[in-house]
Write a protein that binds this ligand. Structure first.
Ligand SMILES: [Zn+2]
Ligand SMILES: [Zn+2]
Ligand SMILES: [Zn+2]
Ligand SMILES: [Zn+2]
Ligand SMILES: [Zn+2]
Ligand SMILES: [Zn+2]
Length: 205
């Protein structure tokens, strides 16, 4: 008769199935679906699931493995893989992720460092660089470079276009932003037209 007794509730049941039913229904029993451990309240159970299983507390869902859970956290809850923080939107997450990137793009005009080529070029275009270069001169230099045949736009309203997918841009910084984004497959290898332009530029500011 000993197995029909619930110790936690100090209650006797007249069959094993009645005891099972009690454990399922009582708020004093909270069973983990993954390992059958029994917890005294809902919070303890959730804490356990988070710590010991691949479990999303927000969605109350178990996942097959770590990788599945992480994929879910990233796509559904905008989690940053690097630091594990959550964000309210995908664009907030993307902005935040810039803070993890190293500033290793040097401005040829003032030796300040930037996270992306487009940020460095924008800095030159907007005239914030000590070297005093502005948008007009940056655009001029872009056309003086022999590689400009690969990135000059054939459209009247635009100066530049992507060598890979022909999307047009007003400014070279915009083109670099596009090429460095996931939207474009153009690579920035050492011999690519845009990298040649960057070397051309660095000798002239
Ligand atoms: Zn009980
Ligand atoms: Zn468990
Ligand atoms: Zn979730
Ligand atoms: Zn982060
Ligand atoms: Zn500069
Ligand atoms: Zn492109």
């Amino acid at each position: 008769m000993y197995w029909d007794y619930c110790q936690r509730c100090d209650r006797q049941f007249n069959s094993e199935s009645a005891l099972d039913q009690h454990i399922r229904d009582s708020p004093r029993h909270n069973i983990c679906r993954a390992c059958d451990d029994d917890f005294e309240d809902r919070d303890d159970l959730e804490q356990h699931c988070e710590d010991y299983h691949d479990y999303c507390v927000n969605c109350r869902r178990f996942f097959d493995d770590d990788e599945d859970l992480q994929e879910h956290e990233i796509s559904q809850h905008n989690m940053c893989v690097t630091c594990g923080k959550y964000f309210s939107s995908e664009s907030n997450l993307r902005n935040h992720q810039l803070t993890h990137m190293k500033k290793n793009i040097e401005c040829p005009g003032c030796q300040r460092y930037f996270v992306t080529y487009s940020a460095m070029l924008l800095h030159l275009e907007t005239g914030t660089c000590d070297c005093g270069i502005g948008r007009e001169r940056v655009t001029e230099l872009a056309f003086e470079c022999r590689q400009s045949q690969y990135y000059a736009s054939s459209q009247d309203d635009f100066d530049f276009e992507c060598p890979d997918c022909a999307v047009p841009f007003l400014y070279i910084s915009g083109l670099f932003q596009h090429v460095q984004s996931e939207a474009c497959d153009e690579d920035l290898g050492w011999h690519s037209p845009l990298r040649v332009f960057l070397r051309f530029l660095s000798g002239r500011v």
